[in-house]
Write a protein that binds this ligand. Structure first.
Ligand SMILES: [Zn+2]
Length: 481
């Protein structure tokens, strides 16, 4: 890919200044009404029960979807963007059969012929509209599109003549700005919340690199999140064009929109575009926000022809970013990539105890076999459950109780000694002394609690101890792989 130092410096400068402006503006104030809604959202969330499902060979509790971003259909540049998008809507969607496709903004390029200015071109929007309608993709999946900064260049007001998103997009005629879509799959309820942070009115290029949520729009997002919670949604994906670092949120305080998303236990990830992998400099712009959800930027369709396959499998969120027309597309949903574990939402317990490797595979060719290899073991055949879903029963776990006994040998030994001592104590001093004596009876209870905690302790809690053991002990993340 062609990429100059000057272009890189310019992009870095724009990004750094945008983040600076966004953070500065967010620091300025906190709206009272919004702050009380934040508190209420957190308090209600505390009452929510966290379910743990057993990962076996069943095809239930599984849903997958696609994301595409920064398509930039252009009158003047790269005529292959449209035919490739047609291929995506026909072939890729046919093969993957996603429940939902998220198109996270910058659907059109909206530049002038000299590439210096900006202008909404009806032709670009017609092409986008035609792709959606001619490929019939809207009847084969749920297409959720949202505006990006380019779709909002030179738009004086929503539903003005220049606001072509309203008439030519899939969702524009139904939703003026942010919206939510619910689906039910495999016995679970999912919500997708689209965040429209475009400026209103939309300035010319290059003055809308940063997005903003007005207090009204933030209230609207609260309403959507509350509505989703009231409907008993199990998992929510938030998505929008701008990464959260580029969204001004007057009234939400320094945490900005992250503060809002993080209040909802069902919010697993925020998916965005906009940075185009910083011209190739940061191809994997992923982070776990301290508010407890993943933020994942997706590279652009414009130059890199990237798209994302993501899945929820028994409450575990996994994803893979892939290149258009590179097959097969493979996503291992259990065990998921441990780097992207969301500690407050995804307990490692069921994954560590699971006996099945679960894999989604998509290919235009017929898939004749699927094999997996664990560390140094040999390749082993997987069993096919459906057109795209395979699993492998991990044979090591079949040893069952012998392995379990061996793994818990230390605790079993200590417990045996403690129970024996307690029995002797009881025999010698009687029941009352046995119950109130902390050294004998209580230590058994403490031991059970410790044993339970040592099985499910998150990796982050092991950090200080890990320095002592790191030379000999494997980390939890490698154990779960
Ligand atoms: Zn873009």
């Amino acid at each position: 890919m062609r990429f100059t130092t000057a272009a890189f410096a310019l992009i870095v400068f724009i990004v750094v200044s945008s983040i600076f402006v966004a953070n500065l503006a967010s620091l300025i104030g906190m709206d009272k009404q919004l702050s009380s809604r934040l508190e209420a959202a957190l308090n209600e969330g505390h009452n929510q029960e966290h379910r743990q499902l057993r990962l076996d060979d069943g095809p239930g509790h599984l849903m997958w979807f696609l994301q595409i971003s920064d398509i930039h259909i252009s009158k003047y540049l790269d005529p292959t963007r449209v035919p490739h998008l047609v291929e995506f809507c026909n072939r890729t969607v046919d093969i993957i059969r996603p429940s939902v496709v998220l198109a996270s903004g910058d659907l059109t390029d909206a530049k002038t012929s000299n590439f210096l200015g900006s202008q909404q071109h009806e032709q670009e929007w017609r092409w986008y509209f035609e792709v959606l309608h001619d490929t019939n993709v809207l009847n084969r999946t749920i297409w959720l599109d949202i505006r990006g900064n380019h779709d909002n260049f030179n738009v004086p007001a929503l539903q003005a003549r220049q606001d072509l998103f309203t008439n030519y997009s899939a969702q524009g005629r139904y939703h003026t700005r942010s919206y939510m879509q619910h689906i039910e799959r495999g016995g679970e309820r999912y919500a997708f919340i689209a965040v429209d942070a475009c400026l209103d009115p939309g300035p010319k290029r290059p003055f809308n690199f940063v997005g903003m949520l007005s207090i009204n729009e933030t209230q609207h997002l609260f309403n959507l999140a509350e509505q989703s919670r009231a409907m008993g949604t199990n998992y929510t994906i938030w998505f929008g064009h701008y990464p959260t670092s580029c969204i001004l949120t007057p009234g939400l305080g320094s945490g900005g929109i992250r503060n809002l998303i993080g209040r909802y236990r069902d919010a697993y990830a925020y998916l965005s575009g906009h940075f185009h992998t910083l011209g190739g400099a940061v191809p994997r712009m992923y982070t776990l926000q301290k508010e407890g959800f993943l933020e994942l930027e997706l590279g652009d369709w414009m130059r890199n022809r990237r798209y994302r396959l993501a899945a929820f499998d028994h409450g575990y969120f996994s994803f893979v970013d892939v290149q258009h027309n590179q097959w097969p597309v493979i996503l291992v949903t259990n065990p998921k990539e441990a780097h992207f574990n969301i500690p407050e939402k995804e307990s490692p317990g069921p994954v560590l105890e699971s006996t099945h490797i679960r894999i989604l595979i998509f290919s235009p060719a017929r898939i004749t076999e699927c094999q997996v290899k664990l560390d140094t073991s040999s390749w082993k055949e997987c069993i096919r459950i459906s057109r795209e879903f395979f699993y492998r029963r991990d044979l090591e776990k079949n040893h069952g109780w012998i392995v379990m006994l061996w793994k818990n040998a230390t605790f079993i030994l200590i417990m045996t000694v403690e129970v024996l001592l307690a029995a002797i104590f009881w025999h010698s001093y009687g029941l009352l002394a046995f119950i109130i004596a902390p050294l004998r009876a209580w230590s058994i209870v403490m031991n059970i609690i410790l044993w339970q905690q040592s099985r499910y302790i998150p990796e982050k809690c092991l950090r200080s101890a890990a320095t002592v053991w790191s030379s000999s002990e494997p980390k939890l993340s490698t154990l779960s792989q």
